[in-house]
Design a protein around this ligand. Structure first.
Ligand code: KIV
Length: 300
């Protein structure tokens, strides 16, 4: 278990954008980093108002907002549209765009070109990619091209099939060593931070003293420098399977269903709209309209 003190602090002042150095500083001070996903303009406004430090437009959007069965099918263009919408609602948190499956693995050139689109077309501050292995070199190339990169190790959903499904990683010493090596290689490649997903807390505790960059956990225990959750999971908007690490902080889906059901009911019973939801016309204008209509198009 990491011995670093955990200090409860106020979120950074609104209007002072979160930067790479402010994240490094938070790690040094032992101040936990709060990261959340967002996929649209209102979601970004919520993240802004709530005072989180980092917003990720995760490729989890594939499942949470686009209805795909996994993160694999989502395209760069789909991700760019969602990410640009989030950018328009965000001022303070750092914005990280998620490079989707198939958009960075083939070559350094492909990785740099895709990362540049996320910066130029969607206004990202940084990009995230998944896995160790060949992704380490892709991360290095993007960093060398001047774009900050966040790594992602442990359970990497884009390659979940090869990992035996959506299951925790690093539970044997050999696999844990691979996960640790991936983390250290990404750090060495110049990543400014790393997401660690679904690994035993014991493994995280072994990793933390070896990581100089902020580690953001999701199902990796309490000793990371911060936590990330999918917005639709934590708010209870998404109805799909929720992983063990998801804590529901609200039941927004229930509220949404209740609201839409009440609306439909009032439409069907003619209780909505009421007079205050409509617009009025001055009586003399109405009288004149009736005359004009009567002359031009008599009611049948
Ligand atoms: O796509 C995503 O939302 C993610 C987070 C779970 C880290 O990668």
């Amino acid at each position: 278990m990491s011995a670093r003190p955990r200090i409860a602090t106020a979120p950074p002042a609104k209007g002072k954008p979160v930067t790479l150095s402010s994240l490094t500083e938070r790690k040094a001070l032992g101040e936990p980093i709060a990261m959340v996903t967002a996929y649209d303009y209102p979601g970004a406004q919520v993240a802004e108002e709530a005072g989180v430090d980092v917003v990720l437009v995760g490729d989890s959007a594939a499942m949470t907002v686009l209805g795909y069965p996994s993160t694999v099918p989502v395209s760069v263009d789909e991700m760019l549209m969602l990410t640009a919408a989030v950018r328009r609602g965000l001022r303070t948190p750092m914005l990280v765009g998620d490079l989707p499956f198939g958009s960075y693995e083939a070559s350094d050139e492909q990785a740099i070109a895709t990362a540049q689109r996320f910066v130029k077309e969607a206004g990202c501050d940084a990009v995230k990619l998944e896995r160790g292995g060949t992704s380490v070199q892709r991360a290095r190339a993007i960093v060398e091209a001047g774009i900050p990169v966040m790594g992602h190790i442990g359970l990497t959903p884009q390659t979940a099939t090869a990992l035996g499904g959506y299951r925790s990683q690093g539970r044997t010493a050999d696999r844990a060593l691979e996960v640790a090596r991936d983390a250290l290689a990404l750090q060495e490649a110049g990543c400014f931070a790393i997401v660690i997903e679904a690994i035993p807390s014991d493994l995280t505790d072994e990793l933390m003293p070896r990581l100089e960059i902020p580690a953001i956990g999701i199902g990796a225990g309490p000793s990371t420098d911060g936590q990330v959750l999918v917005m639709h999971d934590l708010l209870g908007i998404y109805d799909g399977h929720a992983a063990r690490f998801v804590k529901r902080f609200a039941s927004v889906r229930e509220e949404m269903i209740a609201g839409v059901r009440a609306y439909a009911e009032e439409v069907r019973t003619r209780r909505y709209p009421e007079p205050e939801h409509g617009y009025t016309m001055a009586p003399d204008e109405l009288a004149r309209l009736r005359e004009l209509l009567a002359a031009e198009a008599p009611a049948t």
